[in-house]
Design a protein around this ligand. Structure first.
Ligand code: NDP
Length: 257
């Protein structure tokens, strides 16, 4: 699998923590020769630290570029793709991972700001990135080539109390991804969706406004996934032979209801 990823240029959004960070590390570990990794998120200092950690662990065979990017801002996304240094411009894989949940209010009480932030990041942000990177993919070969890997959620398949807007954003990701995959079926562009169940990350605490005891309650009776569990799935999907598409995967803890 490492060989299949050799020489690839991979962009990961939301790489400053959780699943995105682990995914970047996993790509580097799997393919430590001639890989080019672009780490993006809003917290640039954290990205720079992660880039250093990756280089320290796998050596200089992997080139790592940290870039500050807010996916919800279309002009930032366009300028990100336009201004990548030459050696990182030929993107092969986009991992659309950036996403968040704001609040656990019931549908009738959701704050407008929280709703807008969730849609702007989870849905519009993912579409902004997909469009910008598809334009790069379409320049390659006769029909275009590359992988878009979208991180959805089990929340896009079923609702839960207190999660109505988040669930709606992830359902939007799911149908957008499915439609895009069908549109590109006759090309060499693969569109992949990976839907995690409960994964213990910063996300787990952020949604309760930092209240760790409330966050821990969610995991009663369940051993949540680690970000590495999802990272390994993402790298597996990207490393499949070209004629194989892992179109849709649901990965959740054994005891999650
Ligand atoms: P984290 O909170 O650990 O990571 C979220 C990442 O998204 C951070 O790196 C954050 O970086 C980035 N991000 C947030 N907003 C923006 C933005 N506007 N522009 C760019 N980057 C942004 O959470 P997870 O790792 O758990 O979440 C990753 C993905 O997995 C999300 O899409 C989430 O919905 C999904 N998921 C998570 C589950 C879980 O149980 N944890 C379950 C199912 C799906 P920064 O703040 O630096 O911008």
């Amino acid at each position: 699998m490492g060989k299949r990823l050799e020489g690839k240029t991979i962009v990961v959004t939301g790489a400053s923590s959780g699943i995105g960070k682990s995914t970047a590390v996993e790509f580097a570990r799997t393919s430590p020769k001639n890989l080019k990794l672009v780490l993006t998120a809003r917290r640039i200092d954290t990205l720079k630290q992660i880039a250093e950690e990756i280089k320290k662990e796998v050596g200089e065979g992997v080139k790592v570029l940290p870039v500050q990017l807010d996916v919800s801002k279309p002009e930032q996304v366009r300028s990100f793709v336009r201004n990548l240094p030459q050696e990182f411009q030929d993107i092969d894989v986009l991992v659309n991972n950036a996403g968040l949940v704001k609040g656990v209010d019931k549908a009738g009480d959701i704050k407008e700001d929280d709703m807008e932030t969730m849609f702007a990041t989870n849905v519009t942000g993912l579409i902004n990135m997909s469009q910008a990177v598809l334009a790069v993919f379409k320049k390659r070969g006769e029909s275009g080539q590359g992988d878009i890997i979208n991180i959805g959620s089990i929340a896009g398949r079923e609702g839960y109390p207190g999660g109505s807007i988040y669930c709606a954003t992830k359902a939007a990701v799911r149908t957008f991804t499915d439609a895009m995959r069908r549109e590109l079926i006759a090309t060499r562009i693969r569109v992949i969706e990976i839907d995690p169940g409960q994964v213990e990350t910063e996300f787990s605490v952020v949604r309760f406004g930092g209240d760790k005891s409330k966050a821990d309650k969610v995991y009663e009776g369940v051993t949540p996934l680690t970000p590495e569990d999802i990272a390994e799935t993402v790298v597996f999907a990207a490393g499949r032979p070209e004629n194989v598409v892992v179109a849709d995967m649901l990965v959740f803890p054994n005891h999650q209801a």
